[in-house]
Design a protein around this ligand. Structure first.
Ligand code: AHR
Length: 512
């Protein structure tokens, strides 16, 4: 019997809803086909956005959507994507498959998508190949409410009212595809570019930033490290905070971190659907490395920002496997199994647990690319096992993380890749309900769990489970092969007992 301790009276940090964020890039069939089919498509749509996809994303309460990249962001020139569609420039998407990008999805379409989704906006600007003026004008175009060249242009293009930009990324992966910069060079560019990301929406208020917390301003995200590149974190943080009014937190509200899980390494990656138990555990062990990464980069951030005002923004995470056979290698299209579900469960529990520093995360990517929550084929759409994990975890959004720990044993097939048997996190939401998510990482063993809850008068419990064999997946012919089902836990005298089957994710809501 695994003992699971929850002290609901010890509230730790807020689980910002943005931890459940998504990422959409002009890559493969993510934007085109996956989200945007155009107003004249036979696929049901509203202003060109697929209705089935929008509805599925609203169901999991998508809080924020990052766009337009990724590597694409540092090659994107926003003026190519505004105005009458027939006049928009065409370009080659050099990063992703060398296909023609016709710019029919641009700023207006992205804002319309976020309006339909009811989510926050996270626009990623171009530092690698763009100018300060270009970035500054984009922000003016999107957010200035008054008479100005860019506001007038926006009105001429059919949108007199400004939009709200909640987050703005100043470059992407500038250590690599975003310009191959050194951290100090990027840090200086960040300082310069962000100066012209004006706070038009909040009356040009330049007073001290609140850090990541919402204060009506655009929250600016600096490009952070790849995986374990602590030199980058150190170099950027040092540069941001040098000669800087300490109240301004280096004029950044967040620093990104990118980490993908590819079980067989970057070169080989490995199949999304064909793997054995060894590779299953290896994948999960590599996913759990996320916790080490959060700790190592947090330790550096703490030196400059001990109050943790700056968010760690894990705005690219997820599995990255070899593409589905027969698909364009530049499109990064992969299937999604129960292994992806457990990867999502482990990562989301970790983000919850470290929500004092991790304030936003965006899974890569939303539709048809990498660890997608949705796959489409023509007019057909499927929700992947990962979608179901987001569905089970959605109750943590904006809840308070509470103290909890679970007894685990080390399991696995190879000494190098042992993992704890169970992963968990728990929170108390705005309605005072206790929200629990537990994953069983074993492919063979069920675990009876006894949950001892203090600081909470548990009276009722309900729940759901996502479970299956490790290779289980949804396909266009069998779209509901993997789906969640009601789950029963027994509640007696403050103790909650349940047995979690192998390879599963359980969600419980406990009420007083
Ligand atoms: O998500 C795919 C790519 O991975 C992104 O464009 C880039 O930022 C990262 O390397």
């Amino acid at each position: 019997m695994a003992k699971y301790y929850i002290n609901a009276a010890n509230r730790k940090s807020r689980i910002h809803k943005e931890i459940y964020g998504h990422f959409s890039e002009h890559l493969g069939r993510c934007i085109y086909e996956g989200i945007y089919v155009g107003e004249n498509s036979e696929i049901p749509n509203v202003n060109g956005m697929r209705t089935d996809v929008v509805e599925a994303l609203k169901e999991i309460r998508i809080p924020v959507l990052r766009w337009p990249g990724g590597c694409f962001a540092d090659e994107y020139h926003w003026k190519d994507g505004i105005g009458p569609k027939e006049g928009r420039k065409k370009m080659i998407n050099t990063h992703w498959g060398g296909v023609v990008e016709d710019n029919s999805f641009g700023t207006h379409e992205y804002m319309e998508l976020c309006r339909q989704l009811g989510c926050e906006t996270y626009v990623n600007g171009n530092v690698g190949s763009g100018t300060v003026q270009e970035m500054s004008e984009w922000v003016e175009y999107m957010t200035f409410n008054g008479v100005s060249p860019m506001a007038d242009l926006r009105a001429a293009n059919g949108h007199p009212d400004p939009w709200k930009v909640d987050f703005f990324g100043v470059g992407n992966e500038n250590w690599g595809c975003g310009g191959n910069m050194t951290p100090e060079y990027y840090g200086n560019l960040y300082r310069r570019y962000q100066t012209y990301v004006r706070q038009y929406g909040s009356g040009m208020d330049f007073s001290a930033d609140a850090g990541f917390e919402e204060d009506g301003k655009i929250r600016k995200i600096a490009c952070g490290p790849n995986i374990d590149d602590t030199q980058w974190t150190e170099g950027v943080m040092k540069t941001l905070f040098r000669h800087c009014d300490p109240r301004m937190h280096g004029n950044a509200d967040g620093l990104s971190l990118h980490y993908y899980t590819h079980p067989e390494g970057w070169e080989i990656k490995g199949s999304a659907t064909q793997f054995d138990a060894k590779v299953w555990y290896k994948t999960l062990a590599k996913t759990l490395y996320m916790e080490d990464l959060i700790a190592m980069h947090s330790a550096i951030m703490d030196q400059y920002d001990p109050q943790k005002k700056l968010g760690m923004i894990v705005d690219e995470w997820g599995t990255w496997f070899t593409v589905e056979p027969g698909t364009n290698p530049g499109f990064l299209y992969q299937q999604n199994t129960m292994r992806d579900a457990l990867v999502a469960c482990v990562n989301l529990n970790l983000f919850n647990k470290h929500s004092d520093r991790v304030k936003m995360a965006c899974i890569a990517q939303m539709v048809n690319v990498l660890q997608a929550v949705i796959l489409t084929e023509g007019a057909r759409m499927i929700k992947t096992p990962t979608w179901h994990v987001f569905d089970l975890f959605k109750y943590h959004q904006d809840a308070d993380l509470v103290e909890s720990s679970i007894e685990t044993e080390l399991i696995g097939a190879e000494a190098e890749y042992m993992v704890p048997s169970l992963s968990e996190s728990s929170s108390v939401d705005a309605d005072g309900k206790l929200q629990i998510t537990v994953g069983n990482l074993s492919v063979t063993d069920a675990y009876p769990v006894e949950t001892l809850i203090t600081g909470f008068d548990a009276k009722r419990v309900s729940g759901r489970i996502l479970t299956g064999e490790m290779h289980d997946k949804n396909t266009f012919d069998d779209p509901d092969a993997v789906t969640s089902a009601p789950f029963t836990a027994e509640l007696t005298a403050g103790a909650l007992r349940f047995t979690i089957p192998p390879c599963s994710v359980v969600q419980l809501t406990v009420e007083e």
